[in-house]
Design a protein around this ligand. Structure first.
Ligand code: HEC
Ligand code: HEC
Ligand code: HEC
Length: 161
C-alpha cells in the first residue's frame, strides 16, 4: 500500500471513529433501559411517597407525564427556558435538580431521592412552587419567546379537569 493510500485509509478510519463516538454520545440517554427511563410517569408525590412528612393533602397530580419524550426530545436545545440549566447530553438535571448522572437517579431509592429533592426545594410546603418552577416556567418562558411548541401553561392542561 502506498503511503498516501494508507494515510487516506487512516483518515477515513479516524473520521468513522469520531462519528461513532459522536453517535454514541448523542444516543446515550436513549440507551438507558426502558425501566430506568420510564416512557410515562404519573406525578403524584403523596401517593407515590406517602412517607414524606409535612406535605399538603393530595389535591392535584399529573397523569401519564410524557417523561421519555421530555428527556429525549422536547428539552433538546431548550435549556435557556429552564429554571435549572442542563445540557442536551444530560437533560435529566432540568427536573432531577442537582443530579450529575443518570445512575444517580436510577440507582437511588425513589422516595429517599424525592425527600432530598423536596428539602432542597425549600421543604414540603414549597413543593407545589418547586414543581411549577420546574415544569410550568419552561412552558411559559417558551410561550413568551414565541416558540411554536411550548407545552401547556393552563392548570387543567397538566392536571386534567
Ligand atoms: C406544566 C404543568 C403544570 C401546570 C400548567 C400547572 N401545574 Fe400544578 N403541578 C404540576 C406538577 C408536576 C405538580 C406536582 C404534582 C404532584 O406531585 O402531586 C403540581 C402540583 C400542584 C399542586 C399541589 C398538588 C398536591 O397534591 O400537592 C396544586 C394545588 C397545583 N399544582 C395547582 C395548579 C393550578 C391551580 C394551576 C394553574 C394556575 C397549575 N397547577 C398549573 C404541574 C403543573
Ligand atoms: C422534564 C422533567 C424530567 C426530565 C427531563 C427527566 N425526568 Fe425523570 N422524572 C420526572 C418526574 C417529575 C418524575 C416523578 C417524580 C420522581 O420520581 O422524581 C420522574 C421520575 C423518574 C424516575 C422514577 C420513575 C418511577 O416511576 O419510579 C426515574 C428512574 C427517572 N425519572 C429517571 C430520569 C432520567 C435518567 C432522566 C434523564 C435521562 C430523567 N428522568 C429526565 C421528571 C423528569
Ligand atoms: C425545558 C423545557 C421544559 C420543561 C422543564 C418541561 N417541559 Fe413540558 N413540554 C416542553 C415542550 C417544548 C413541550 C411541547 C413539545 C411538543 O409539543 O412538541 C412540552 C409539552 C408538555 C405537555 C403536553 C404534551 C405532552 O407530550 O405531554 C405536558 C402535559 C407537559 N409538557 C408537562 C410537563 C411537566 C409536568 C413538566 C415537569 C415535570 C414539564 N412539562 C417540564 C418543555 C418543557
Amino acid at each position: 500500500m502506498s503511503k498516501d493510500a494508507a494515510c487516506k485509509k487512516y483518515r477515513l478510519g479516524n473520521l468513522f471513529g469520531s462519528c461513532c463516538a459522536l453517535a454514541l454520545l448523542l444516543s446515550l440517554p436513549a440507551q438507558l433501559p426502558a425501566a430506568e427511563l420510564p416512557e410515562k410517569t404519573t406525578i403524584n408525590v403523596q401517593t407515590s411517597c406517602s412517607q414524606i412528612a409535612g406535605l399538603d393533602p393530595d389535591k392535584k397530580e399529573v397523569k401519564e407525564f410524557s417523561h421519555k419524550l421530555h428527556a429525549e426530545k422536547y428539552l433538546s436545545g431548550k435549556s435557556a427556558f429552564s429554571a435549572h440549566p442542563y445540557t442536551d447530553a444530560f437533560t435529566c438535571a432540568a427536573c432531577h435538580v442537582g443530579a450529575k448522572s443518570a445512575e444517580e437517579i436510577t440507582g437511588a431509592d425513589k422516595c429517599e431521592r424525592l425527600t432530598a429533592a423536596v428539602e432542597q426545594g425549600g421543604g414540603p410546603k414549597k413543593y407545589k412552587e418547586m414543581m411549577h418552577a420546574i415544569c410550568q416556567n419552561c412552558h411559559k418562558n417558551m410561550q413568551k419567546a414565541g416558540e411554536s411548541k411550548s407545552g401547556p401553561t393552563k392548570c387543567n392542561e397538566c392536571h386534567g379537569k
